[in-house]
Design a protein around this ligand. Structure first.
Ligand SMILES: *Cc1c(COP(=O)(O)O)cnc(C)c1O
Length: 380
């Protein structure tokens, strides 16, 4: 067998770094030499540059994406007993902060093609106690925000966009107007975890909003509820993006659109090679959103998923399952309200999805090896 020149990875962070090494190394050393490690100029510059990129009035950096969701919910004044609707097919952080704040997570199903939150299911789940909807722009494509916003207006609900997987994705409204993922709802929350589309070299996150009042509240909550130094107006948390991460993010933000284009080239290769196969369902694309392919997730039909993953692993090709267990069947979130069979699409997805390597450094030879291997297994 032909010797692969480079180990195939789900995400190649070292390869990506090597293209921008000189810039990154200088920026990191610059922060160290400045000794402005916390809230230094790099954080302020990054905040302003991200605001300009997103076309949003306020970006409030924080320590990670989970904190961003928590601070957003605290700023909205949500109280124990309030219901917050989100998808059962998502990363745990979304429901975790809802529960942690004593709010009631109300889970709903997703659409089979896009795997994004089902808007009709949201509508059915609304009660007099509902206060907010948290759509997750799963795998890099926006949920149906226009319909979600209409629903929110009708029922007077907040919308917190979980855009941890979709930074940079453009949403297109039916009148042709465009807006970046996370800038449409009341607040948008994102993560700069290393493997995210805009990843730093540690932890990081941010909230976005066009409201001056909410921006002030979130800034205060993220800083121990402090209005003036040593005067604390509300109970807050300690959640900061550090200056080294901000310096790295400033450099990577300039490449974000190229990174999305590279991910899309890989996704197009996968689509072309694997679309139209009876045992494979490729990710559905929608008119209302770009896809920035945080993940490229196939659904297998009548294929032994574990045997498939073992076969790929033998070829040196990693695969991942995002996500194997729906939130309503997780030990921590399972309660008397939910049972197996409640969210058939989510449960079907958890049993059938598999994600292929996708990142900014995939060349054609690697993509061909991956798709040839997938086809060889499913055609056996
Ligand atoms: C990564 C992620 C988060 C959490 O971000 P962290 O920075 O890891 O805390 C939240 N929601 C979704 C959908 C994510 O993918």
């Amino acid at each position: 067998m032909q010797q692969a020149t480079k180990k195939i990875q789900m995400v190649d962070l070292l390869g990506q770094y090597e293209h921008i090494q000189a810039e990154i190394d200088a920026a990191v050393l610059g922060v160290i030499r400045s000794s402005a490690y916390i809230n230094g100029p790099e954080v302020k510059e990054f905040k302003a540059e991200l605001e300009a990129y997103l076309g949003v009035k306020h970006v409030i950096p924080c320590a990670n994406g989970t904190d961003a969701l928590q601070i957003a919910m605290m700023a909205l004044g949500l109280k124990p007993g309030d219901e917050v609707i989100t998808a059962s097919f998502t990363y745990v952080a979304t429901a975790e902060v809802i529960a942690l704040l004593g709010l009631t997570p109300v889970l709903v199903d997703v659409y089979p093609g896009t795997m994004d939150i089902d808007v009709e299911a949201i509508e059915r789940a609304i009660t007099p106690k509902t206060k907010a909807i948290v759509p997750v722009h799963l795998f890099g494509q926006c949920a149906d925000m226009e319909r979600i916003m209409k629903l929110a207006e009708k029922h007077n609900l907040f919308v917190i966009e979980d855009t941890a997987q979709a930074i940079g994705s453009d949403y297109t409204f039916s009148d042709g107007r465009k807006a970046k993922a996370g800038t449409i709802g009341t607040i948008g929350c994102t993560s700069f975890f290393p493997s995210k589309n805009l990843g730093c070299y540690g932890d990081g996150g941010a909230m976005y909003t066009n409201s001056d009042e909410l921006a002030d509240k979130m800034r205060m909550i993220a800083n121990h509820g402090q209005s003036v130094q040593y005067y604390h107006d509300s109970i807050g948390v300690n959640s900061r993006l550090d200056s080294i991460q901000a310096a790295i993010l400033r450099i990577k933000l300039r490449h974000l659109d190229n990174y999305a284009a590279a991910r899309n080239r890989a996704a197009t290769w996968y689509d072309n090679a694997l679309g139209n196969h009876p045992k494979l369902v490729i990710p559905a694309r929608v008119k209302h959103s770009d896809h920035v392919f945080h993940q490229y997730t196939l659904q297998l039909k009548g294929v032994d998923r574990q045997a498939f993953r073992d076969f790929m692993a033998e070829r040196g090709i990693p695969t991942m399952i995002y996500y194997p267990v729906p939130l309503h069947l997780q030990k921590a979130y399972r309660d008397e309200r939910y049972r197996e069979g409640d969210f058939p699409v989510t449960e079907q997805l958890c049993a059938s999805v598999v994600s292929l390597p996708i990142h900014t450094e995939l060349d054609e030879a690697t993509l061909k090896l991956i798709t040839d291997s997938v086809l060889e297994f499913v055609n056996r």
